[in-house]
Write a protein that binds this ligand. Structure first.
Ligand code: GDP
Ligand code: MG
Length: 220
C-alpha cells in the first residue's frame, strides 16, 4: 500500500525541495462520501472498492506543473475523525484550499455541507478557496441529490462546483487543478491589491507546518 508519495514513507518526495509553491489542501465532508478514495485516485491513480481504511494516513504529496510553476500539493485526508466531528483546529491551520465533498446518493451528506462550510469559515484562513464536489456520480440509479441542487448550494455558498467519481475517474484531476488555479488567482489578486494578509504574511497561512516555502510571492 505504501507508495513514494505517502507521508510516512515518502522521504524522497517530502524532502524534495524542487518546487515553486507548496499548497496545503484538505478534503472534508461526511464519513463514506469517498474522500480517501478520491485522494487515492488522484495521488496513486488507484481505486479500492472495499471500504478504505484511513487510519495512519496524514497526507499525500503530489507535485504538478501549473501556469509554468512547479506546485507541490500536500493533500490531507481525515483519519476518520469526521465521523465524530472532532477534526481539530490544527488540522485546518495553513490550509489554502478545500475540497468539500458529499455523496450524490446520500442526502444526509449533502445536508451536512452547510455545517462543513461553517467549519471551514470558522477555522481557516479567510482567503482559503473551496470547491464543492458531489462524488459517486457513476451511481446514477441511486442518485438522490440532483446536479442542479448541488450547483445551487455551491452558488449560495460562493464555491465552484463539480460532480465527480473516484471510482470511474471522472473530474478528479480537474477538481484538483481547478482548485490550484483558483488558489493561484487569489494569491496574485491579493498581491496586486497588496493585501497584507498575503504580502505581510502576518495573518496569512503558513504554507506548510513542515517547512518554509522557497518563495511566498506568487505570479502565477
Ligand atoms: P471516506 O470515508 O469519505 O474516506 O470514504 P471512502 O473513500 O472510504 O469510501 C467509502 C465507500 O464509498 C467505499 O466503499 C468506496 O469504495 C466507495 N466509493 C468511493 N468513491 C466512490 C465513487 O466515486 N463511486 C462509487 N460507486 N463508490 C465510491
Ligand atoms: Mg476516509
Amino acid at each position: 500500500m505504501a507508495s513514494a508519495t505517502d507521508s510516512r514513507y515518502g522521504q524522497k518526495e517530502s524532502s524534495d525541495q524542487n518546487f515553486d509553491y507548496m499548497f496545503k489542501i484538505l478534503i472534508i465532508g461526511n464519513s463514506s462520501v469517498g474522500k480517501t478514495s478520491f485522494l487515492f485516485r488522484y495521488a496513486d491513480d488507484s481505486f479500492t472498492p472495499a471500504f478504505v481504511s484511513t487510519v495512519g494516513i496524514d497526507f499525500k504529496v503530489k507535485t504538478i506543473y501549473r501556469n509554468d510553476k512547479r506546485i507541490k500539493l500536500q493533500i490531507w485526508d481525515t483519519a476518520g475523525q469526521e465521523r465524530y466531528r472532532t477534526i481539530t483546529t490544527a488540522y485546518y491551520r495553513g490550509a489554502m484550499g478545500f475540497i468539500l465533498m458529499y455523496d450524490i446518493t446520500n442526502e444526509e451528506s449533502f445536508n451536512a455541507v452547510q455545517d462543513w462550510s461553517t467549519q471551514i469559515k470558522t477555522y481557516s484562513w479567510d482567503n482559503a478557496q473551496v470547491l464543492l464536489v458531489g462524488n459517486k456520480c457513476d451511481m446514477e440509479d441511486e442518485r438522490v441529490v440532483s446536479a442542479e441542487k448541488g450547483r445551487q448550494l455551491a452558488e449560495h455558498l460562493g464555491f465552484e462546483f463539480f460532480e465527480a467519481s473516484a471510482k470511474d475517474n471522472i473530474n478528479v484531476k480537474q477538481t484538483f487543478e481547478r482548485l490550484v488555479d483558483i488558489i493561484c488567482e487569489k494569491m496574485s489578486e491579493s498581491l496586486d491589491t497588496a493585501d497584507p494578509a498575503v504580502t505581510g504574511a502576518k495573518q496569512g497561512p503558513q504554507l506548510t507546518d513542515q517547512q518554509a516555502p522557497p518563495h511566498q510571492d506568487c505570479a502565477c
